[in-house]
Design a binder for this molecule. Structure first.
Ligand SMILES: NC(=O)c1ccc[n+]([C@@H]2O[C@H](COP(=O)([O-])OP(=O)(O)OC[C@H]3O[C@@H](n4cnc5c(N)ncnc54)[C@H](OP(=O)(O)O)[C@@H]3O)[C@@H](O)[C@H]2O)c1
Length: 271
């Protein structure tokens, strides 16, 4: 099976490429240089790769950049996804779209796959519109994930470990940190089982950014002072959901329990 990974140069895309290679799949990881979702020729380009399956993890993923530039956010996250969805339907292959906990407003957690989305940011709204396009593809999967960290590219764990004292943290925000290596095996399960529909995947349990930061420092055997800050203290125009914890029971009922983030954090930091 030839799996086209759109967003293959990103943090998740690079981990997916590695995991799928170890399982013997042929992957075609592409970034914006090879396949630019802003261009008109997306369908034509995709067809040239002759994929049997598409994983779409490309996005304008910086939440504040989306808020500052909504036109670009919609062009990539929503209309770019529409181009991919149209192509998948036309050549009749399955599509797995990576979405986000930010489609929810964060007021009534935990969020199941059937909960009503209500995004509070341009990023969340543009990703949600992407979901709508993906729903029209038969055998498609919408996979919502949260607070990614892992071995490829910058993430919150590295930020905390490298930050000078005091580490500035917006303490109150709550979600579920998710290790991209575990997520890549979760995606493999969904593909191999020919699943379709909406799924959530996250390590557990839900945690505040403060507790997450304290645990990162503990596991890294470092002690640093933490400075609690508010979003209004930093250049962060986008609103965030207060508690966007995803319920993962649909995934777990089918494939078994997902590990705790504490266990994965130890794998990540201590190898
Ligand atoms: N990171 C998180 O905490 C988080 C949380 C929830 C959901 N998600 C979702 O998870 C997915 C993966 O996130 P990530 O952290 O791996 O993102 P990332 O590291 O920011 O990577 C983004 C990817 O999208 C590609 N891309 C950006 N603009 C593009 C364009 N115009 N045309 C084609 N490709 C374009 C990038 O390609 P180039 O680098 O080659 O330009 C890159 O491969 C995204 O869909 C994101 O919305 C992420």
């Amino acid at each position: 099976m030839r799996i086209l990974i759109i967003g293959g140069t990103g943090r998740l895309g690079r981990v997916l490429t590695r995991t799928f290679a170890t399982k013997g799949y042929t992957t075609i990881p592409v970034g914006s240089k090879e396949l630019d979702l802003l261009e008109e020729n997306v369908e034509e380009r995709i067809e040239k790769y002759h994929p049997d399956y598409i994983i779409h993890s490309a996005a304008l993923s910086n939440v504040d950049e989306c808020e500052r530039n909504p036109t670009l956010a919609y062009r990539i996250n929503a209309y770019g996804t529409k181009k991919i969805a149209t192509t998948a339907s036309r050549i009749n292959i399955p599509l797995l779209y990576i979405s986000t906990d930010y489609v929810f407003d964060g007021t009534t957690p935990p969020y199941s796959e059937d909960s009503e989305p209500n995004p509070v940011s341009v990023y969340g709204a543009s990703k949600l519109l992407g979901e709508e396009y993906v729903k029209s593809v038969s055998s498609s999967v919408i996979l919502r994930v949260s607070w990614l960290f892992g071995p490829e590219g910058s993430n919150f764990v590295d930020f905390v470990i490298r930050a000078k004292e005091p580490v500035p943290v917006v303490a109150e925000q709550i979600s579920k940190p998710t290790y991209t290596i575990d997520l890549s095996y979760g995606i493999l399960n969904l593909i191999e089982s020919k699943s379709s529909g909406i799924y959530h995947f996250a390590n557990s349990p839900a945690v505040s950014r403060l507790k997450w930061t304290e645990t990162i420092l503990k596991v890294a055997k470092t002690s640093k002072e933490i400075k609690r800050i508010d979003w209004s203290n930093i250049d962060a125009p986008a609103k965030r959901p207060f508690n966007s914890a995803l319920s993962v029971s649909r995934y777990e009922n089918k494939f078994g329990k997902i590990r705790s983030w504490e266990e994965t954090l130890s794998d990540y930091i201590n190898g």
